[in-house]
Design a protein around this ligand. Structure first.
Ligand code: HEM
Length: 389
């Protein structure tokens, strides 16, 4: 039988062993938390360079697109002042610092791959009476469009993305505060991608229909990418920039969910399991649009999305798909294309899709806007200064 003294000693040893175990597991948890913070929170993207940041990189988890209408009385020289303010904000925020006179400086410190990308709409360029880059124009009307002004058009675009929603909130709020003296908020659209650490870098995410989305895209940093995406001639403020088409495309997931896997795969022309074309087995296999089955029927159906979207050489662009959801109401894609010339690259593909893409049965464009994303800026330079000179 254990004595009272023996019991006390045994329980003290057990208790101190437990404390030791708790301390060890706390230390491990601290180390894990530290590692996670370093991996996600501390990562910073350089805002400087030939091109603006926020385009040629893996999607961050959270994204916000804010469109503003420039106030009728705002002058070009006032916009030059705004650009100075915004440049300073971008440099501070993306390196994890608070902005000047920041009312919530406590939020700074975790850049979490924050990027801030600025664009300008066609009406503003007309108003300023400046030359637009080649091919930049309002889009023609498409039959499938059911656009509302709630999510369309605008003069200034501020696109903020980060791997952390509080970093994103802080940055978006600071940028809005510094823009509101010059322009009025027109719309805000939020999108999301996989959380950092969920998807291996270099793999392709799924959209909310469940499809692997973004496979056939020019690879960042290649000559093809650079040719298709960056503006090479035209006004100096735009060279090194790009043209962005942002379409809010609503999905009818209730009717989509009723289709069989075969039917869903026929609509796109790719497998749901891994995104491989119906004529291949791996995601990166090239689709064979001519292949027929034993009955002479095209393996990739005539109405399939990837057949209709295939286009001719030079008509490709860089797609970045941002999922969106208004819980209980609407889900879809903030579909974006970045290209050097939207009239030559994007419009013909959209026209082909307007005409017989079966995916249109389950998708409806409800918002649309086009933007020139000016060239990048280096340390000491002001973003878009040549535009407002
Ligand atoms: C909600 C709407 C849309 C959905 C769900 C969607 C989905 C997809 C999917 C799953 C693929 C195959 C994987 C890939 O290569 O990324 C794809 C490819 C593609 N999509 Fe879309 N898409 C949508 C809208 C659009 C629009 C509006 C355009 C252009 C105007 C477009 C152009 C393309 C192109 C160019 C490809 C690559 C085609 C090829 O393989 O040659 N998509 N899309």
């Amino acid at each position: 039988m254990i004595s009272r003294r023996g019991f006390l000693t045994a329980s003290t040893v057990a208790a101190s062993a437990a404390v030791g175990a708790v301390t060890a597991s706390n230390l491990q948890a601290d180390a894990d938390a530290k590692a996670a913070e370093t991996a996600v929170g501390k990562r910073a993207v350089n805002p400087h360079g030939e091109h603006q940041a926020g385009i040629a990189l893996e999607l961050q988890t959270h994204s916000r697109f804010l469109a503003f209408d420039v106030n009728p009385k705002t002058t070009k020289s006032e916009l030059a002042k705004w650009a100075e303010l915004i440049t300073d904000d971008i440099e501070r925020l993306t390196s994890g610092k608070p902005v000047l006179a920041d009312p919530t400086e406590q939020f700074a410190g975790q850049p979490a791959r924050l990027t801030i990308t600025i664009g300008f709409g066609p009406r503003l360029l007309q108003q300023l009476n400046v030359e637009a880059p080649n091919g930049f124009a309002e889009l023609p009307a498409f039959k499938i469009d059911r656009l509302t002004s709630e999510y369309s058009d605008g003069d200034i675009l501020i696109h903020v993305s980060a791997d952390d929603p509080i970093t994103l909130f802080h940055a978006a709020r600071a940028l809005t505060r510094d823009t509101e003296g010059f322009a009025t908020l027109r719309w805000v659209q939020d999108g999301f991608s996989n959380a950092a650490g969920v998807k291996r870098p270099g793999t392709t995410q799924r959209n909310l229909m469940g499809q692997v989305d973004g496979t056939d895209n020019p690879e960042i940093g290649t000559d093809l990418f650079n040719d298709l995406v960056w503006i090479k001639d035209g006004p100096a403020w735009a060279v090194g920039g790009t043209q962005l088409v942002l379409r809010r495309i609503k999905m009818n997931l209730n009717t989509w969910d009723r289709l069989s896997t075969d039917q869903k795969e026929g609509v796109i022309g790719r497998k749901l399991s891994n995104g491989a074309p119906l004529t291949g087995s791996k995601e990166r296999d090239l689709p064979n649009l001519d292949a027929v089955d034993e009955n002479g029927i095209k393996v990739i159906p005539p109405y399939a999305h990837i057949r209709k979207a295939a286009g001719k050489a030079g008509q490709q662009f860089f797609r970045r798909p941002f999922n969106y959801e208004v819980p209980g109401q609407e889900a879809g894609l903030l579909w974006t294309a970045y290209c050097a010339n939207l009239t030559e690259q994007y419009v013909p593909i959209q026209a082909a899709l307007d005409d017989g893409d079966l995916l249109n049965v389950w998708t409806t464009p409800v918002g649309s806007s086009v933007w020139v994303i000016p060239a990048g800026f280096t340390k000491g330079e002001i973003l878009a200064s040549k535009l407002f000179a």
